[in-house]
Design a protein around this ligand. Structure first.
Ligand SMILES: Cc1cc2nc3c(=O)[nH]c(=O)nc-3n(C[C@H](O)[C@H](O)[C@H](O)COP(=O)(O)O)c2cc1C
Length: 438
């Protein structure tokens, strides 16, 4: 085997649900600590013990209210809710760890680049070089409304503007050269001002003068993470990305995405290995295969139909509340425009003759990313197979039970990946960018 190493990133949300909309109800899942620092400190330690490259918080700047024109189901039944601001949680996680990377989601549509550059530059210092920025252009009207916009700008506009936000942030991060801080008490020289420059960024939408207040951080700039799936989104990722997070249903889809994405990087003159492509994966682990299957059936059975329908409604931007969940999926009529998205997210389920409610529950178990069920050996085999066949460079793992699934994975699957030589036994470097180049 070549020296190519697998990369693992953990998906977190500051709320009850990540991809699995029933898992918070499992007796082994902790929810009473959801607003406490201890929950987040504990999971950071667990993931660092498992030698994960990074953890990151996905984020939604509002509460989905598409279903029945109300947030009652999403909130009442525990759907995807981002209760706390991860920018405040991550520094706490940084204080109880010293190697694992820490990813923050920041929207280029709603946040000002000076603020983003300052915040992430500060966090890169405080974590000694472990920060990633999950760059999102945002896409939902509910978020737009929370930030004073009536509608989201078009996708093309959002990505053009995102390019400018990234260019502006890079100019701000580069406004301090290395060695600008002198700290010479004897001569009374605090900083070498000749090593600090104005950014003077003048784009069509974004303007910033600089310099940044924050001295150059250990990584120079945060690792850039991104998850756009459209043609424009992939091009944006190919220009800037160092970690690409993607939702693909099966191996063939992953291989197609991987090849397409690395091709786009090469076309821009970037070395394909300078960005890792990580599809989302969900695991249910058992001591035997039949125990794992029973555990999967149990936890998947905890998703209720109404929440599943609300979850799909939020994703496709169309209210399914007036539709009978017991009707066959193939008979469901939704407005043109939403049907395409619905076909994609419910991929394959129509052919199985499911009802709308069954398909929605299925979607709400893992958002249709593969759910691997089996013994630690079976799961390690599957991950290694995907990795070796260039379906990916590693995985974004999403939790079922929390924090139990991550604890089990770190204790039982990681040692097998290490023994088989595909995953680090210890961190070789100290910054996140160094981990990604292991
Ligand atoms: C796997 C995946 C994860 C995403 N996670 C987030 C997120 O946490 N927060 C967010 O605002 N947008 C998130 N997005 C949305 C994207 O950043 C992007 O705005 C959206 O997909 C529209 O771009 P596209 O049309 O290129 O896909 C995610 C998208 C994908 C595909």
């Amino acid at each position: 085997m070549s020296g190519r190493k697998m990369h693992l990133v953990a998906f977190l949300m500051a709320g009850p649900t990540c991809h699995h909309h029933g898992a918070w109800r499992h007796p082994e899942t902790d929810v009473d600590d959801i607003l406490t620092p201890e929950r987040y400190e504990h999971i950071a330690r667990v993931l660092e013990a498992g030698k994960f490259d990074a953890l990151f918080f996905a984020d939604i700047l509002g509460i989905y209210d598409t279903y029945n024109s109300s947030f009652a189901t999403m909130l009442g039944r525990g759907g995807q809710l981002c209760l706390l601001d991860p920018a405040i949680i991550l520094p706490m996680m940084a204080r109880v760890t010293d190697r694992i990377g820490l990813g923050l989601t920041c929207s280029t549509t709603f946040f000002n680049p000076y603020q983003i550059a300052r915040q992430l530059g500060t966090l890169d210092h405080l974590s000694r070089g472990r920060v990633a920025w999950n760059v999102v252009a945002s896409h939902s009207t509910l978020e737009a409304n929370n930030f004073g916009l009536a509608e989201m700008p078009s996708r093309a506009h959002r990505y053009d503007r995102s390019d400018e936000v990234l260019e502006a942030c890079m100019a701000l991060w580069n406004s301090w050269d290395e060695g600008a801080l002198v700290l010479d008490k004897k001569q009374g020289i605090f900083a070498d001002a000749s090593k600090v420059h104005y950014a003077d960024y003048n784009g069509q939408w974004i303007k910033t003068r600089g310099p940044l207040t924050v001295p150059r951080s250990p990584q120079g700039h945060p690792v850039i993470m991104q998850a756009g799936s459209s043609d424009r989104g992939r091009d944006f990722g190919a220009r800037w990305g160092e970690i690409i997070f993607t939702l693909q249903h099966q191996k063939g889809d992953m291989q197609t995405f991987y090849k397409d994405f690395k091709g786009r990087m090469a076309a821009r003159g970037r070395a394909p290995e300078s960005c890792v492509v990580l599809p989302s994966i969900d695991v249910v682990i058992g001591e035997t295969e039949s125990i794992a299957r029973e555990r999967a059936d149990y936890v998947n059975g905890l998703v209720d139909t109404q929440l599943g329908m609300a979850c799909v409604s939020g994703q496709i931007g169309y209210d399914l509340s007036q539709l009978d969940p017991d009707q066959p999926l193939k008979d469901v009529k939704v407005e043109t425009g939403s049907r395409g998205t619905m076909d994609v997210i419910l991929q394959g389920t129509e052919a199985e003759g499911l009802t709308l409610g069954e398909a929605a529950r299925r979607f709400a178990t893992s958002e249709l990313c593969p759910q691997l069920v089996g013994t630690p050996e079976m799961i390690a085999d599957k991950l290694i197979d995907l990795f070796q066949d260039y379906a990916c460079d590693g995985f974004v793992l999403t939790p079922t039970t929390f924090p139990g699934m991550y604890e089990q994975f770190a204790k039982t699957v990681v040692p097998i990946l290490q023994e088989r030589g595909v995953f680090r036994k210890d961190y070789a470097g100290s910054t996140l960018r160094e981990h990604l180049q292991d």
